[in-house]
Write a protein that binds this ligand. Structure first.
Ligand code: SF4
Ligand code: SF4
Length: 342
């Protein structure tokens, strides 16, 4: 198996940066976030970036089209350009799975060409987890934290990294780096992976189950009285949706530039009172309805429309970031433990 010792990691980034832009997680005063690699850049040891890597394909804001007005003449400007080739380093298994979920939304007909353009040009370099957190529950959704299944997977072991390419794109990327690797027996990598799997079994959320959720629960869950209690303290701040790697709602707005119109899209949140507001008003008038929408979407509607696949990957970001300590885990536990309460 291909292996690279820790002291060659800098060389790896240098070589890769000659071919494409490489983004790595770095520590900031407010947690880890992605930054373009440059010499001397220190890669964060944090388990997660605060915001997920979905920004690379589905940025928080992007221009869709511009209309330039000159008297009665309107010029339509398409801002799309061939996207740069880039690689994203250190993506955990949960976030890698989230791209598959976003693909189901953005790459099904009609294909979102803005998303596809970025997706096609990005190489995802996964990194097996070695120190999962108490807020992690990716195993609930059948994800193996030790095998991200990205274009290339890295496993930290034996004083370096073991590399495994899973896709053609990944193989081409590894091959483009020349002879910086050495061949080593994969036993140490397998040991490290097993150690991760053992830790996962002992985490506080290891037994969280999706049993009781899914496509067939729509009517039963929709009218359940527990939503009122669960949503009571929700501030509608939208933090949970903005840190979530699978949340995909957006708004499209026009901005008057003074000499035309800039049409852009930006992330939106089903937790906001003006979300999907129409001429007649808002279809979800209370926070209870908005709160229910978020969790029904992930646990019932999404699997109903996508062969049973849930819309959560158990990354735990919402568990760590909600200001009132409400999250999908609490919702799942409430419905699982009090199934007969109504
Ligand atoms: S669940 Fe928490 S993070 Fe999400 S909108 Fe409500 S208060 Fe904000
Ligand atoms: S709902 Fe929470 S745990 Fe699930 S993917 Fe989103 S942020 Fe992660």
């Amino acid at each position: 198996m291909l292996y690279l010792s820790n002291d060659k990691l800098e060389l790896f980034f240098e070589k890769a940066s000659e071919k494409l832009n490489v983004y790595v997680p770095v520590d900031t005063g407010k947690g880890a976030s992605y930054k373009k690699w440059e010499k001397g850049c220190e890669v964060s040891k944090a388990l997660h970036t605060v915001r997920s890597a979905k920004d690379f394909f589905f940025p928080q804001t992007e221009n869709l089209v511009e209309f330039k007005m000159d008297g009665k003449k309107i010029e339509i400007i398409d801002p799309r350009r061939e996207t740069e080739d880039y690689a994203v380093f250190g993506v955990r298994a949960c976030d890698v799975r989230s791209f598959g979920i976003l693909d189901k939304v953005f790459l099904s007909e009609p294909v979102d060409s803005y998303y596809k353009n970025r997706r096609d040009h990005g190489v995802i370099i996964g990194l097996s987890c070695s120190r999962p957190s108490e807020t992690c529950f990716c195993t609930t959704f059948g994800i193996d934290a030790a095998a991200p299944m990205a274009d290339v997977d890295l496993t930290e072991a034996d004083g370096g990294y073991f590399f495994k390419a899973n896709t053609e794109k990944g193989s081409a990327f590894v091959a483009s780096l020349g002879d910086i690797f050495e061949e080593r027996d994969e036993a140490k990598a397998e040991e490290a992976k097993e150690a991760t799997r053992e830790i996962m079994k002992k985490l506080p959320l290891a037994n969280l189950t999706t049993e009781g959720f899914g496509a067939d629960k729509l009517e039963e869950m929709f009218g359940d009285a527990r939503w009122a209690e669960l949503s009571e303290a929700c501030l509608g701040c939208g933090t949970c949706t903005f840190v979530c790697p699978t949340c995909q709602c957006y708004d499209i707005r026009d901005y008057d530039t003074g000499h035309g119109v800039q049409r852009y899209r930006c992330w939106d949140s089903c937790m906001y009172s003006d979300f999907t507001k129409m001429a007649h008003g808002n279809p979800r008038l209370t926070q209870k309805e908005r709160f229910r929408q978020r969790f029904m979407h992930k646990l019932v509607y999404f699997p109903a429309n996508n062969d049973g696949e849930f819309g959560c990957v158990g990354c735990g970001r919402c568990v760590a970031s909600c200001p009132i300590n409400m999250n999908i885990v609490k919702v799942m536990k409430k419905f699982a433990t009090e199934a007969d309460n109504d």
